[in-house]
Design a protein around this ligand. Structure first.
Ligand code: ZN
Length: 261
């Protein structure tokens, strides 16, 4: 079985010391492709160095994460723009709105999100969206761009059934991770009737480890636990979950202007 981890921060300081072991675990579990969302300029070099070390397996996205949007937003966006002009990326991400941690930079977050969605259209790339305490605002912000053909993934989906339907109605995929395995999270119920073609898997490593690894550092190999849970919810064999979510992830990231897988 093959899996694609559509969202893992394998370059994070928590995971870097054990990177070789983590990659061995991933590859021996069938997780051959890992997409790395960018955060901001501080972690850029670490991300690109992981990509250089594992060019067949790890693919860097480019973007400015909403939690890292501060008063220096223009300088950070200029670095994203520079990177986008220099080389190819499979996606722009992770970008979006986060009103959970800090509401001091809402207007800057909106500016950064809109700017980066326009760049995704300009470069014909998909986006990977981070949204927290802002699902309604995020869907509204994406709508006009989706009408112009923008596509991508709502990463770590944990919204309602109504949100899930609105998202796939815009042609966007839902990224499912460890939260799917948590009791009472409600995600299982929200996605139960969403067709498989709109679902992709992720770990969000090192965060949000699936059951039974809760409390431990998450890593791409643990994606199997999310896949097992999805197989149970959909009542289909695990190998079908693997095949379908892999195909979906390839469809999202394999755009003509992105890197070749
Ligand atoms: Zn993330």
């Amino acid at each position: 079985m093959q899996f694609i981890d559509t969202h893992a921060h394998v370059y994070s300081e928590e995971l870097l010391p054990d990177l070789n072991q983590l990659m061995q675990n991933a590859i021996s579990s069938g997780v051959n492709k890992i997409f790395m969302p960018a955060i901001d300029s501080h972690s850029l070099e670490a991300m690109l160095s992981v990509e250089r070390a594992f060019p067949e397996n790890c693919f860097a996205m480019m973007g400015l994460h909403p939690c890292y949007v501060k008063e220096n937003v223009q300088a950070e966006l200029a670095i994203v723009a520079d990177q986008l002009s220099k080389r190819k990326f499979p996606a722009i991400g992770e970008i979006g709105l986060d009103f959970y941690w800090d509401k001091n930079f809402v207007s800057q977050q909106q500016l950064a999100f809109n700017t980066q969605m326009q760049w995704a259209l300009d470069y014909n790339l998909p986006i990977v969206i981070h949204t927290r305490n802002a699902i309604g605002e995020t869907i509204e912000a994406v709508k006009p761009f989706a009408k112009k053909g923008l596509r991508g993934i709502f990463h770590c989906f944990s919204g309602s059934k109504e949100s899930a339907e609105q998202i796939i109605g815009m042609g966007f995929h839902l990224g499912l991770g460890g939260v799917l395995t948590y009791k009472n999270a409600g995600v299982a119920e929200a996605i139960k009737d969403i067709p498989m073609e709109w679902l992709v898997l992720e770990t969000d490593a090192p965060y949000l480890s699936p059951v039974p690894y809760r409390g431990k550092k998450n890593e791409p190999a643990f994606i199997i636990e999310v896949a097992k849970k999805l197989a149970e919810i959909k009542n289909i064999p695990l190998h079908e979950v693997a095949a379908m979510t892999t195909k979906n992830a390839e469809k999202v990231f394999l755009t003509p202007d992105a890197v070749m897988l």
